[in-house]
Design a protein around this ligand. Structure first.
Ligand code: CTP
Length: 398
């Protein structure tokens, strides 16, 4: 859920600091980059080494550390997408409510534009004290979030309110903060990407120049919007984005089998793969000798994955790509949109000076089944992916 997100975990000095280790571990396991900032008292309960080991990142403590050797509070504060303070002590809440900056965590809280989430833990009387409650109110008025402490037996032996909320509840609040509740949240999206390789003999194959960049950028952007993403990828040199299920295939027939198996449980299909339309009719297990080869390769058609989905679709939204080298991109794109029964098609140029194939950036024309047209000027594929997903969100909302 939190893959690729950047969170600062502020840890204050309380016995519940050991539970922050579990929180750090669970966020890291979700693919989140967690930077732990400890107060000096926190380090008396749990060692920085514990957090460094669990997160794989340095732990920051000192406001006056050599800026050349560590991350100064300003860049850390700007880097974070969220700051979670767990456990938060009465003292830390008081200092934050007063706008003090007397240690790294306090300075960072004053400096960060990111949303702040507090998970306090303290003795009941300290929590219920009017001063603490006034500090909490001040921070809530500033827009800070709270996962309030629960009731239980406290470290001091008394029973009452003040126990750190369960780690699950804190994690759920972090999700609520970072995982957007947009229309793609929770949607099952199937993305095909890259080229296919159609073998001819043990070492030779037919393929194309597709790099897979577009499909991978779409997978990453969809994941960020909370979608459950499966990427079926042909052979490419890219690493699948964090939190995305990746199925690697070689041939169009393999891609077809995987995609059709997943299709019934899918909400949205984005077919960004450059699937080979034909494959050699005969595949030799051995490497062919020159004298065994004929100057012509007999080809047979591959299944058209997207066209078959168009025939079988029930509620699914189908998004296709069209790489065209004809002058009238719109007419060619619209023809493909209709013949494959798509909801949206992304048309871009193949070959020539505007070639989108394997490029880092490209322009595109979006055509939908309702006759709308949108021109996207040349931009990075990550930006193109965001624009395409926003268009798909528009289709879902209608
Ligand atoms: N596609 C597919 N399976 C195929 C061929 C294409 O799923 N066997 C998908 C592509 O992923 C793309 C769309 O169909 O989203 C259009 O592919 P393209 O190769 O441009 O279209 P074709 O139907 O092959 O038409 P042509 O080659 O004549 O332009």
């Amino acid at each position: 859920m939190l893959s690729g997100r950047r969170v600062i975990l502020g840890v204050c000095g309380g016995i519940a600091a050991y539970k922050a280790a579990d929180l750090a571990r669970r966020m890291t396991r979700e693919g989140c980059t967690v930077s732990v900032v400890m107060t000096a008292n926190a380090a008396r309960f749990v060692t920085p080494l514990t957090f460094r080991t669990l997160t794989g990142r340095p732990v920051a403590m000192d406001l006056f550390a050599d800026p050349a050797s560590s991350v100064p509070h300003i860049s850390l504060a700007q880097w974070a997408e969220a700051v979670v303070v767990a456990p938060a002590t009465a003292d830390c809440l008081a200092r934050a409510a007063q706008g003090r900056a007397d240690d790294l965590l306090a300075a960072l809280l004053l400096d960060t534009p990111a949303p702040v989430l507090w998970a306090p833990a303290m003795n009941t009387r300290m929590w219920e004290h009017p001063l603490t409650q006034a500090n909490v109110k001040k921070l809530i008025d500033l827009g800070h979030g709270f996962v309030n402490p629960g009731v239980g037996v406290l470290a001091c032996g008394e029973e009452g309110k003040g126990k750190l909320a369960p780690v699950e509840d804190i994690l759920a609040a972090v999700h609520a903060l970072l995982v957007p509740a947009g229309p793609l949240n929770g949607k099952r999206i199937l993305i095909t990407a890259g080229p296919t390789r159609e073998p001819w003999d043990a070492i030779r194959f037919l393929s194309n120049r597709s790099s897979g960049r577009m499909g991978y950028a779409l997978a990453e952007a969809a994941r960020r919007r909370g979608a459950d993403v499966t990427l079926i990828s042909g052979p490419v040199a890219l690493t699948p984005p964090e939190g995305v299920r990746c199925i690697r295939v070689n041939t169009a027939v393999e891609m077809h089998a995987q995609a059709m198996a997943l299709f019934p449980q899918t909400d949205i299909v984005i077919a960004a793969a450059a699937v080979a339309d034909f494959r050699p009719a005969a595949v030799t297990e051995q490497k062919l000798k020159k004298h065994e080869m004929k100057p012509n390769i007999e080809l047979i058609p591959n299944p058209d994955i997207l066209a078959e989905m168009g025939q079988k679709k029930t509620r699914q939204i189908l998004v296709g790509f069209a790489a065209e080298s004809v002058p009238d991109l719109e007419a060619a794109g619209r023809k493909k949109l209709e013949s494959k029964k798509l909801d949206l098609i992304v048309v871009n140029a193949a070959g020539g000076e505007h070639d989108a194939f394997a490029a880092e950036a490209s322009a595109a024309l979006l055509l939908d089944a309702r006759g709308h047209k949108q021109i996207l000027s040349k931009r990075l594929k990550s930006e193109l992916a965001a624009a395409i997903l926003s268009r798909i969100e528009g289709l879902l909302e209608v």
